[in-house]
Design a protein around this ligand. Structure first.
Ligand SMILES: *Cc1c(COP(=O)(O)O)cnc(C)c1O
Length: 415
C-alpha cells in the first residue's frame, strides 16, 4: 500500500494497526470472517470508478461492456450455487436487501412477522426502532421459554391471528437449525410470503451443511460477508415469482448505482464457495462449533439451548457471577474478540445483557480444527476468572498472539 502510505500516512498507519490486530487476536464474532486476497483485490479495483445504474443491457450510462459481464457472471454464479431462478446482487448490504423485499411486496402499514430481536432476530425483521417496525405493522415471535428453540406452534398461532403478508425466518443469534419447511407450511396456510434471511448461514446452506430454504421460501436474502466469506454486500435470491418487483425495488426503488467493485468481489467469493474446499470449510465450521460448545460445557458454561447446530454459540455468563458486557470486555483484553448479546427472556437491559455470542467461521478460515477448541475454551475460562486482573488478561493475550502466528489469517500479510 505504498501510494496510500505516501498520500495519507495517518490512515495507512491505522489500517496497518488494524491488520495486526486482526492477525494477532482470536476472532469469535460469528458475523465476521476473513475474505480472501482475491476478494480484496476485486474490491480494491478500478470498478469503484464506474457508474452503472440499471441492469445489464439496460443501463443509464455508457461504457458498460465489462461491467455487464461482471454482474451477469455474479448473477449466474449466485443462481447456480443456491439453485435460484433469479438473483439480484446489487443490494449494498443485508439490511438494504431486506428493505428491498419490503418495498417489493408491501405498502407501509402492512403486517410483517419475524423473530424478535432480543430473542435472536434481526433489526430489519420488524424491530421497533428500525424502518421495518416504524413503517410497517410488525408482530414478533419468540423462542420457547424452556427449550429456547423456535416453537412452530407459537409461530402458527401468531400467524393465524395476525395474518402477516411476509414472514421472516432467520436470525443473528439462533444456534439451531431453521425448519424452513415448517415455516413454509405456516406461510402458505395464512397466505403469507416466506422470506428466508440466511445472512448468517449462507455459506452453510451453499455447502449443504444447513437445510436449504428453497423450495419452501420463494424469497431468500443474504449478506455476502459472513459465512459466505465474500466482500461486504447483500443478495436477494428467488424462485422467480417476484423477480420483477424485487429488481424494481432495488433500482430505482431504493438505490442508485450498484457498487461494481463489490459485485466483482461477490462473483469471486461465489466461485470460491462452489469448490469442494469450501464445502469442507463449512463442515469444519460446524464441527468446530460443536467441539467448542462441548469444551465450554465441560468448563461449566451455560449454553442457550444447550449447544449448537450451526456456527454460533450463545452463552449465559451470569451463573459465573459476571454480565455480558464486562465479560466481553475481559475477553477483548485477553485477545478474544466477541460481542455481548441478549439471551432469550433476558432479565437484563440490551446494553448490558446476560450473554455472549461467539462463533467459529473466522477461526475456521485460519485453519483451526476441533482439537484446538479446548484451548480456546480454556482461555475463555481463564479470562473470565481473571476479569478484574489486567496483568493476567495481558498474559493470556501474549499466549494468544503467539498461537496466532501459526495460523495466518487469509487475506492478511503481516510483515
Ligand atoms: C447481518 C444480518 C443482516 C444485515 O446485514 P448488514 O450487512 O449488517 O446490513 C440481516 N439479517 C440477518 C439475519 C443478519 O444476520
Amino acid at each position: 500500500m505504498h501510494s496510500l502510505q505516501a498520500t495519507d500516512p495517518e490512515i495507512h498507519d491505522l489500517i496497518r494497526k488494524e491488520e495486526r490486530r486482526q492477525a494477532s487476536t482470536i476472532r469469535l464474532i460469528p458475523s465476521e470472517n476473513y475474505a480472501s486476497r482475491a476478494v480484496m483485490e476485486a474490491t480494491g479495483s478500478v470498478l469503484t470508478n464506474k457508474y452503472s445504474e440499471g441492469y445489464a443491457g439496460k443501463r443509464y450510462y455508457e461504457g458498460q461492456e465489462f461491467i455487464d459481464q461482471i454482474e451477469e457472471i455474479a448473477i449466474a454464479r449466485a443462481k447456480a450455487l443456491f439453485g435460484a431462478q433469479h438473483a439480484n446482487v446489487q443490494p449494498y448490504s443485508g439490511s438494504p436487501a431486506n428493505q428491498a423485499v419490503y418495498v417489493a411486496l408491501l405498502v407501509p402499514g402492512d403486517t410483517v412477522m419475524g423473530l424478535s430481536l432480543p430473542f435472536g432476530g434481526h433489526l430489519t425483521h420488524g424491530w421497533k426502532v428500525n424502518f421495518s417496525g416504524i413503517q410497517y405493522r410488525a408482530v414478533q415471535y419468540e423462542v420457547h421459554p424452556e427449550t429456547h428453540r423456535i416453537d412452530l406452534d407459537q409461530v402458527a398461532d401468531l400467524a393465524r391471528r395476525e395474518r402477516p403478508k411476509i414472514i421472516f425466518a432467520g436470525g443473528t443469534a439462533y444456534p439451531r437449525i431453521w425448519d424452513f419447511e415448517g415455516f413454509g407450511r405456516i406461510a402458505s396456510e395464512v397466505g403469507a410470503v416466506l422470506v428466508a434471511d440466511i445472512a448468517h448461514i449462507s455459506g452453510l446452506v451453499a455447502s449443504g451443511v444447513h437445510p436449504h430454504p428453497f423450495p419452501h421460501a420463494p424469497i431468500v436474502t443474504t449478506t455476502t460477508h459472513k459465512t459466505l466469506r465474500g466482500p461486504r454486500g447483500g443478495m436477494i435470491l428467488s424462485d422467480g415469482t417476484y423477480a420483477k418487483q424485487i429488481d424494481r425495488a432495488v433500482f430505482p426503488g431504493l438505490q442508485g448505482g450498484p457498487h461494481n467493485h463489490t459485485t466483482a468481489a461477490i462473483a469471486v467469493a461465489l466461485k470460491e464457495a462452489a469448490t469442494e474446499e469450501f464445502r469442507q470449510y463449512s463442515r469444519q465450521i460446524v464441527a468446530n462449533a460443536r467441539a467448542l460448545a462441548a469444551a465450554l460445557l465441560e468448563r461449566g458454561f451455560r449454553l442457550i439451548s444447550g449447544g449448537t447446530d450451526n456456527h454460533l454459540i450463545l452463552i449465559d455468563v451470569t451463573p459465573r457471577g459476571i454480565n455480558g458486557k464486562p465479560a466481553a470486555r475481559a475477553l477483548q483484553k485477553a485477545g478474544i474478540e466477541c460481542n455481548y448479546n441478549t439471551i432469550p427472556f433476558d432479565p437484563r437491559k440490551p446494553f448490558d445483557p446476560s450473554g455472549l455470542r461467539i462463533g467459529t467461521p473466522a477461526i475456521t478460515s485460519r485453519g483451526l480444527l476441533e482439537g484446538h477448541m479446548a484451548q480456546i475454551a480454556d482461555w475463555m475460562d481463564r479470562a473470565l476468572r481473571a476479569c478484574e486482573d489486567d496483568e493476567k488478561l495481558a498474559a493470556i493475550r501474549e499466549e494468544i498472539a503467539e498461537f496466532c502466528t501459526d495460523f495466518p489469517a487469509p487475506g492478511i500479510r503481516v510483515e
